[in-house]
Every structure is written in structure tokens, then in C-alpha cells.
Design a protein around this ligand. Structure first.
Ligand SMILES: *Cc1c(COP(=O)(O)O)cnc(C)c1O
Length: 348
């Protein structure tokens, strides 16, 4: 089919200027170090094709993805040598892909080091585990010949609790400095978004912000510096008047106490508007709060129109995707809020 689809009933807008400004702010906060960008998971749900060119044009020269399958999309916009794959190689096929594309593996274990060297080796990055116990060689493995045989560009570690004032932060920083003294490398990289806010002694040569680029504020120091990036709106599909006693949605978990005007809106859990964002939360029209009624469906949600009774089908409502003060942040982190944005909403 060649026909262009008609205009959608849901839209995600990325504030391009804010995204670029956030990168520049994080780069400035990194002091003498430069900021890279975590662009894994389709730029945290906001779209590689939208975000990566903006980050590149702002001056970013280091891009981090998790999977080899994420390399090609990023490489449409930046030199492959600027792309690092955090999961590293698990098979000779992964190494062959690295060699043919030019993307660099992050080596996370002696096994990965052996695999990389067996494939011909060459420039790579090395992750050292300083306490998160996820990926990375142990500091005690730093002197192993297989590690010494690597041609390491960036020596990396990852902070476990940078979003808290934890004694673990200086402990990890010091462990990183200690291990860096015994592993030859060109550059060092430790801090994620929250780590940047811990201060210049966490920045080393390259920082790796993710969430803060996209408008998340993982530490109070970044409030007022980081600008919101994401805007989500959904259109009203239908309005109706309920009679007292009418139920709304699957299992009729909301019952109208009296006659009331409601609207069915074009966004649901398939778009990332998860069920836990149902009753207690609201959509907005200008300053009017429109509470959610009943269960969120896959493609729809029903709201109370009492505060804006004149709205009609086709009118647009604001869907809060406010990653600084989502009411249920304890249940759903700002990271999850962004990375579960559904395919139908993603730009591009
Ligand atoms: C995802 C990731 C980042 C970015 O973290 P944010 O908290 O989003 O800034 C940095 N480094 C590594 C290794 C990561 O996996």
C-alpha cells in the first residue's frame, strides 16, 4: 500500500531544543570530561532517528547501546566507531559483526576477552565491576594476561546508587581509580546521569548520561537544569453521558454515582499507559483535571469530563508523562515510564 495513513489520534512530541540543551548542560556539568549518550532501547523510547542526530549535532561523539541489534539504527547517523555495545560479544558472530560494522564491544568478562581476541581483537572497551554485580570483570582479574592482551580504549565501571547519597558512591569511585592504575587504557568513564551530579571527581574522561538527556531528574541537583523533553497527547474518540449506576470499562470497576459526562480517549496500555496509571490519575485539558474512570484498556481509557463538559470527539487531551513527579514513581520508575512507551506512539 502506498497511501499515507491519516493523522493519528495520539502523538508524542520530543522537544528537540530541550534535548540538545540537556546534552549541553550535562556536558558542561561533566567539566573537563565530555558527555556521551546512552541511546539504548530506542533512546529510552523517544526514537533513535529523532534523538541521535540532535545529540550528534549538539557535539556528542560517544553513543552507548545494549544490543548488537541496536547498532545499525544508530550507525545511520554517526560513525560506527563512536558506538559502544554494552552487552559485549557472546558468540563469534557478535565479534564478526563488530569487525564488519566497526562498532566497539564492551568486554565484560575473561570469556568475552578470549572471544574478542580469538576473533582478531582490536580496539575495545572494558567494563570493571566495582560493586553493582551485573556485568564486568572483577578488580582481582585486572592483572590476568587475557586482560593485558586487550587494546582498551575506554575503561568503564557503573555506579549502583548514584541517585542516592550512598557511601557506595565514593567507594566505587575509589575502586575504579585503583583498578585503572593497573590496566592500560586511553580513557576512563564512570558516571551515568546521576553520577554527573555527584561532582567532577566522578566524571573522569567521558560521562554516559541517559535518563537526564530525555528529561528525567534522578538527583535534586539536576532540577532546574534539566528541561522536560517528552509531551504526549491523545484525542477523544467519543463522549457520552452516563446514568447513575452505569459501569465503565472491563469488569465495571467504576460505577457512576449520578448522571455524568465522560469521554473515551485514544490511549491504552499497549501504548505504555499501563493499568497502574488508572484511577487516582488523570488526563488534562489545559488546566482542567479529567480523572480516569475504571480500568485502562489496551487502546482506550475513559475520563470524567465534569471539569470540561464542552469537549467533543477529536479534541486533544494531555497525557502526563511527567517523569519527575509521577504519582506512582515508587511503582513505576521514570526509566520504565519512558522505555515502555508503545510502538504506536514512537516518532519516525
Ligand atoms: C543505561 C546506562 C547508562 C545511562 O544511565 P542513566 O541512569 O540513564 O543516565 C550509563 N551507563 C551504563 C553502563 C548503562 O547501562
Amino acid at each position: 500500500m502506498n497511501e499515507a495513513a491519516p493523522p493519528p489520534t495520539m502523538r508524542l512530541t520530543v522537544d528537540r531544543e530541550a534535548l540538545a540543551a540537556n546534552w549541553r548542560a550535562l556536558d558542561a556539568l561533566s567539566g573537563a570530561a565530555s558527555a556521551g549518550a546512552a541511546v539504548k532501547a530506542d533512546c529510552y523510547g523517544l526514537g533513535v532517528d529523532t534523538c541521535v542526530p540532535l545529540l550528534r549535532d549538539a557535539g556528542c561523539e560517544a553513543f552507548f547501546v545494549a544490543h548488537w541489534s541496536e547498532v545499525a539504527a544508530v550507525a545511520r547517523h554517526v560513525p560506527p566507531s563512536q558506538i559502544a555495545v554494552l552487552h559485549g560479544p557472546l558468540s563469534p558472530a557478535d565479534c564478526a559483526y563488530a569487525h564488519s560494522t566497526g562498532a566497539l564491544p564492551v568486554i565484560n568478562s575473561r570469556e568475552q576477552a578470549a572471544l574478542w581476541l580469538a576473533s582478531g581483537g582490536g580496539r575495545c572497551h572494558l567494563m570493571v565491576d566495582t560493586g553493582i554485580n551485573r556485568l564486568g570483570i572483577a578488580p582481582s582479574e585486572a592483572n590476568e594476561p587475557i586482560i593485558a592482551a586487550l587494546d582498551i580504549d575506554m575503561l568503564m565501571s557503573h555506579l549502583a546508587s548514584a541517585d542516592e547519597d550512598s557511601a557506595m558512591n565514593p567507594r566505587q569511585r575509589d575502586a575504579f581509580t585503583t583498578v585503572a592504575a593497573v590496566i592500560p587504557h586511553r580513557r576512563r568513564s564512570l558516571a551515568n546521569s546521576a553520577g554527573i551530579a555527584l561532582g567532577k571527581d566522578y566524571a573522569f574522561d567521558l560521562t554516559r548520561p541517559g535518563i537526564a538527556l530525555y528529561g528525567g531528574v534522578p538527583r535534586a541537583e539536576l532540577a532546574g537544569i534539566i528541561r522536560p523533553v517528552v509531551g504526549i497527547e491523545a484525542a477523544i474518540l467519543q463522549c457520552r453521558t452516563l446514568a447513575a449506576g452505569d459501569g465503565v470499562g472491563y469488569n465495571s470497576t467504576f460505577t457512576a454515582p449520578e448522571a455524568m459526562r465522560v469521554a473515551t480517549v485514544s490511549i491504552g496500555y499497549a501504548d505504555g499507559f499501563l493499568r497502574l496509571r488508572g484511577p487516582g490519575n488523570a488526563l488534562f485539558h489545559k488546566d482542567c483535571r479529567l480523572p480516569i474512570l475504571g480500568k485502562v484498556s489496551m487502546d482506550m481509557v475513559v475520563v470524567d469530563l465534569s471539569a470540561a463538559p464542552d469537549l467533543v470527539a477529536g479534541d486533544w487531551l494531555g497525557v502526563p508523562w511527567d517523569i519527575t513527579d509521577c504519582a506512582q514513581q515508587n511503582i513505576l520508575s521514570p526509566y520504565e515510564l519512558l522505555t515502555t512507551i508503545g510502538q504506536r506512539l514512537r516518532p519516525g
